[in-house]
Design a binder for this molecule. Structure first.
Ligand code: KIV
Ligand code: ZN
Length: 514
């Protein structure tokens, strides 16, 4: 690693997953981790191993799966936390324990009920313990930006002496400004006597919308690791967004002479995967990955773009992985062309998954005039997603208009078909009532239902995302189809499958009606 390489520490699976309604199951976390590796992030924070059995399993499995990236687990400054983190990450080729304790007067007093001396003692003891287990230890000073600077310098020196290799100074509450945050790094790196034995890291929250600006200021101040999430998901207003940091460093190398290992052409795929899995849609005007990030509406801009795209584009859509060959496939495309297109889009499906995807592609090409890359991505993601579902949507019939709507639905539940005919105030209401009739789940509530068009045009595919809540647990489902009602049924049933897994129950037996 050269001195101008900025390490990317991705915390989508930990801080990102902590945002309300963003939880992912094991399979989804593994999918995201695989894409993060393809994207080229250096460190993946896979979870908080002691938080739950699910988190522990996710960290362990991500550790086993990762081929290249370092895998970290978060741990509080407690021996039990650190040992649990180690148990999970020890399977990784390059494991890391990331331990933290709050250092601001407010947090030490109100949250930890500890004196500053007790916090210094805890840092020394817990970092040393972590280092005895794992060669790579990161220590974070939670609420660093509201910490008194002499105390912060002492805490950092203690952590490095105890064996921490990375020192993270989080702006936990998104309070910093670029000037103050950059100065914090300059000051600590200059003043802590053993600072040269560690890499300094940024971790910014976006409460004032300054997460990325603060991150870049810290890099200019000497930080060589940045902590961030895909699409900027995370607690409250979120974390600094990986894609924005990576592209800012790439595009403005003239004023920020740094490089990252991010493969920028994988950014769009990573963004889509995370928004699809979490159901958190990316706002259209979001930098780098928003639907309008490369759209030019005004006549003057369009005229400039036709003459020379650099008039209004500081980076190309291709550089972040936006497909340029819009119209790609049609109903005459055969297996070989479809396979070639999948490879071009980065998919390597097994024989059965390929066959299922091809059948759906043909149906889509029959129903839709033009099949775009985005359509194929939505279709294949949808197919891969429901691979292990034990409840499947077989047929959907909807009658709707000015009167009450009716739905006739066929579901396959563990291989057996069940049919329900229901009415509702509208087609979605009738359809979801049919699902509830076949698989009763009275305690759960539909908390969110969102529809999004994959491309433009009235024949666009719909991507639907739903959130089901039951006894404090939430599950998210998604589905895609050129028919909005079929996509809705798929999304709801996808969430229901996950709910069954969470309950630890099979959906068969006397729970099934119809
Ligand atoms: O925001 C924060 O302070 C954190 C730490 C636990 C690193 O997420
Ligand atoms: Zn955080």
């Amino acid at each position: 690693m050269t001195d101008n390489t900025i390490l990317i520490f991705d915390t989508t699976l930990r801080d990102g997953e902590q945002s309300p309604g963003c939880s992912m199951n094991l399979e989804e976390k593994l999918q995201v981790a695989a894409q993060l590796e393809t994207l080229g992030v250096d460190i993946i924070e896979a979870g908080f191993a002691i938080a739950s059995q699910g988190d522990f399993e996710a960290v362990s499995e991500v550790s086993r799966q990762c081929q290249r990236a370092t895998v970290a687990s978060l741990a509080r400054a407690a021996i039990a936390d650190i040992e649990r983190a180690w148990e999970a990450v020890r399977h990784a080729r390059a494991p890391r324990i990331h331990t933290f304790i709050a250092t601001s007067p407010l947090h030490m007093r109100v949250k930890l009920n500890k004196t500053p001396e007790e916090v210094i003692e805890a840092i020394e003891r817990t970092v040393r313990h972590a280092r005895n287990l794992c060669p790579d230890v990161e220590w974070s000073a939670e609420d660093a930006t509201r910490t008194e600077s002499d105390f912060l310098a002492r805490a950092i020196e203690t952590a490095i002496r105890a064996g921490a290799r990375t020192i993270n100074l989080p702006d936990t509450v998104g309070y910093a400004t670029p000037e103050t945050y950059g100065a914090l790094f300059r000051d600590m790196i200059a003043r802590v006597p053993n600072a040269d034995q560690a890499i300094f890291s940024t971790h910014c929250h976006n409460d004032l919308g300054l997460g990325v600006a603060n991150t870049l200021a810290a890099v200019m101040g000497g930080a060589r690791q940045v902590e961030s999430t895909i699409n900027g998901i995370g607690e409250r207003a979120g974390n600094a967004a990986v894609e924005e940091i990576a592209m800012a460093l790439k595009v403005r190398g003239d004023v920020m002479p740094f490089r990252t290992n991010v493969v920028s052409t994988e950014i769009t795929r990573a963004s889509r995967l995370v928004s699809g899995i979490t159901g958190f849609q990316v706002q259209p005007n979001k930098a780098i990955v928003g639907a309008n990030a490369f759209a030019h509406e005004s006549g003057i801009h369009q005229d400039g773009m036709i003459k020379d795209s650099s008039t209004y584009e500081i980076m190309t859509p291709e550089s972040v992985g936006v497909a340029t060959s819009s119209l790609v496939m049609g109903k005459h495309s055969g297996r070989a062309a479809f396979k070639a297109k999948l490879i071009e889009l980065g998919y390597d499906l097994g024989d059965n998954a390929f066959q299922d995807a091809f059948v759906r592609f043909k149906a889509l090409a029959d129903a839709k005039k033009a099949v775009f890359d985005e359509d194929i991505v939505a279709l294949v993601d949808d197919e891969v997603l429901r691979g292990h579902d034990s409840i499947k949507v077989k047929e959907v019939e909807i009658y709707c208009g000015t009167g009450p709507a009716r739905a006739i639905l066929t579901l396959e539940v563990d291989g057996a078909e069940h049919v329900a005919a229901t009415r509702g105030s509208g087609p979605v209401d009738a359809l979801f009532a049919a699902i509830r009739q076949i698989v009763p789940h009275d305690r759960s509530v539909l908390e969110r239902y969102e529809v999004h068009a994959v491309t433009g045009g009235t024949d666009a595919q719909a991507e639907v995302s739903v959130l089901l809540a039951e006894d404090g647990r939430t599950t998210r489902g998604r589905g895609a189809s050129h028919d909005t009602m079929v996509a809705s049924a798929r999304a709801y049933v996808n969430a229901l499958n996950k709910l069954m897994v969470k309950r630890g129950k099979q959906p068969v037996g006397n729970a099934i009606a119809g």
